[in-house]
Design a protein around this ligand. Structure first.
Ligand code: F6P
Length: 321
């Protein structure tokens, strides 16, 4: 039976990470476990920087964005000797199970660390990109979608007044899950995602056709990973009759108070993660599949690419006539 569990938040932060830290700590305590939090992502395991977490010192954080443990991208952890040092830190602190809260990169880190350590590794998916294999949704995704939707609704007002086309760039360096859902929810005329390359001429044709149909303004939602949004704005300005503006939503999507849904997922994922550790099950991740909280193989999750349902893009197109 596990006695001590560790928590680390790693990679890009996501709203709801604090709710997950709180839930792991409190569920752990109610099961009689000690809980330690490693600070600044994997760096906390390299430098043995950790603090004791108690039901009291994780109070008042469920509604806060960011992560009280801090996070960073930590290339040093991937260097030779990095995971060995991390494993030694876990041994020194008698950590029986480590809950790794982060995205696919963090899961890969957990997988490598698990090869060097006896500590049970359990991944809790948290990223605004929603690109973790094995789970339909990640902690923070719903908040980021709502943040972007609120901003784009405001942009739509000025787009209509001035009869302009706005390209709104949302996050998603590699994947288009966020852009697709945001685009559908704001009624975007075009959604641009890395999974569906489009030529500038074709985007211009859609907007020109819209103008002929009487649509004098428009919103194009582009994932940052689609391409150079600024160049696209310039090209569209040149090739269409529209005045085109670019607006980048940026890091606001990573912050802010988590929505009820992000808090709920965080709490339920955390509970399942602690349960797995108590059952002695490592190399696992938790997630949501068809509405149910579930667990699956960490290696499978860390090494597979989540498929984006391109049919949603077709639905969005039908809705944008
Ligand atoms: O957290 C994921 C993500 O938001 C990506 O969509 C984005 O490209 C990336 O992080 C940028 O984060 P950073 O500048 O912290 O590396």
């Amino acid at each position: 039976m596990a006695k001590t569990i560790g928590i680390v938040t790693s990679g890009g932060d996501a709203p709801g990470m604090n709710a997950a830290i709180r839930a792991v700590t409190r569920v752990g305590h109610s099961m009689g476990l000690q809980v330690v939090g490693f600070e600044r992502g994997w760096d906390g395991l390299l430098s043995n920087c950790c603090k004791k977490l108690t039901p009291r010192n994780v109070g008042g954080i469920i509604q806060l964005g960011g992560t009280m443990l801090h996070t960073l991208r930590c290339p040093a952890f991937e260097q030779p000797g990095g995971t060995e040092t991390g494993a030694e830190t876990l041994r020194i602190n008698d950590v029986d199970g480590l809950v790794v809260i982060g995205g696919d990169g963090s899961f890969r880190g957990a997988l490598e660390l698990g090869k060097k350590s006896d500590t049970l590794m359990v991944g809790v998916p948290a990223t605004i990109d929603n690109d973790v294999y094995g789970t339909d949704e990640t902690i923070g995704f719903d908040t980021a979608v709502n943040t972007a939707v609120n901003i784009i609704d405001k942009i739509r007002d000025t787009a209509i007044s001035h009869e302009r086309v706005f390209i709104v760039e949302v996050m998603g360096r590699k994947r288009g899950f966020l852009a697709l859902e945001v685009g559908m929810c704001v009624g975007a005329e075009v959604i641009l995602i890395p999974e569906n390359p489009m030529r500038t001429e074709d985007i211009c044709t859609i907007m020109d056709d819209n103008a002929r149909k009487g649509k004098r303004a428009g919103i194009i939602v582009a994932a940052e990973g689609f391409g150079d949004s600024s160049k696209l704005a310039q090209e569209m300005q040149r090739q269409t009759e529209f005045e085109v503006r670019l607006s980048i939503v940026g890091y606001a999507q990573r912050g802010g108070s988590p929505t009820a849904r992000s808090r709920l997922l965080a709490s339920l994922f955390a509970e399942r993660a602690v349960e797995l550790i108590c059952e002695g099950k490592g190399n696992m991740a938790v997630g949501l599949q068809k509405g149910a909280i579930t667990s699956f193989d960490l290696e499978k999750s860390a090494t597979n690419k989540k498929v984006l349902d391109l049919r949603l893009l077709k639905v969005a197109e039908m809705l944008a006539i």
